[in-house]
Design a protein around this ligand. Structure first.
Ligand SMILES: [Zn+2]
Ligand SMILES: [Zn+2]
Length: 221
């Protein structure tokens, strides 16, 4: 899966497998499956909850707190259950958008931006260096880490170390399912954070619990 595909895909099964590196092999311990996980279990639980809530009005039957943290295989079964429930052409894009809304981009942490220097690839061919190093016999195809992002492929944006209490309060309110996205957007614009503010332009009340932008402000993973 590429980032472009992640942003446009409706293949929820594929997306979840990508997030969890879920490749069952016979006799394999479950914790082995989660070694390459790119998302917190909390986010996956909230994805199940969001689907149940939005499509079936069953949010109350998902007891997230009662799910045993040490049994990720049960969580994966739940996710697969809800994915199957959303397998129709109509529901699939809604589920994919919910997953994206909660997870954000698994390719870079929230609050960062794609490194423009290496186009978010982390490594790139440094033409200048290659030519000036010619005499040192750098082999063709030699790649170096992008010096701007140190090969991470993303760069941290400038955010306040601590958000004003008003912002935290509004984020908490959205997290509790109330509608104040526009108010939060205005606060973020006043703080000179247009990129993050942009997220709250979407319709009021459309932020599922675990929304990546709200979580980012509240410092939740
Ligand atoms: Zn870079
Ligand atoms: Zn949101």
């Amino acid at each position: 899966m590429t980032e472009e595909l992640w942003l446009t895909s409706n293949g929820i099964e594929h997306m979840v497998r990508f997030l969890t590196s879920y490749m069952p092999r016979e006799g394999e311990q479950y914790f082995e499956l989660f070694r390459g996980i790119k998302v917190s279990f909390r986010k996956l639980r909230l994805y199940c909850k969001a689907i149940a809530k939005h499509h079936y009005d069953l949010g109350h039957v998902i007891h997230l707190d009662s799910m045993d943290q040490s049994e990720p295989q049960l969580l994966i079964r739940d996710v697969e259950f809800w994915n199957r429930a959303c397998s129709s052409e109509k529901k699939r894009p809604i589920a994919a958008n919910l997953l994206r809304h909660i997870v954000g981009s698994p390719y870079r942490p929230p609050g960062t931006t794609k490194c423009e220097h290496c186009k978010g690839e982390g490594q790139f061919w440094e033409f200048d260096k290659i030519s000036s190093y010619k005499h040192y016999m750098i082999p063709p195809g030699h790649y170096e880490k992008c010096y701007k992002c140190d090969g991470k492929s993303w760069i941290g944006k400038d955010y306040p170390k601590e958000w004003p209490s008003k912002v935290l309060q509004l984020a908490e309110t959205i997290n509790n399912g109330e509608q104040c996205g526009f108010a939060l957007r205005d606060e973020l614009l006043d703080l000179g954070q247009p990129d993050l503010a942009e997220h709250f332009i979407i319709d009021e009340g459309q932020h599922p619990e675990g929304c990546w932008a709200v979580d980012f402000i509240l410092g939740k993973e």
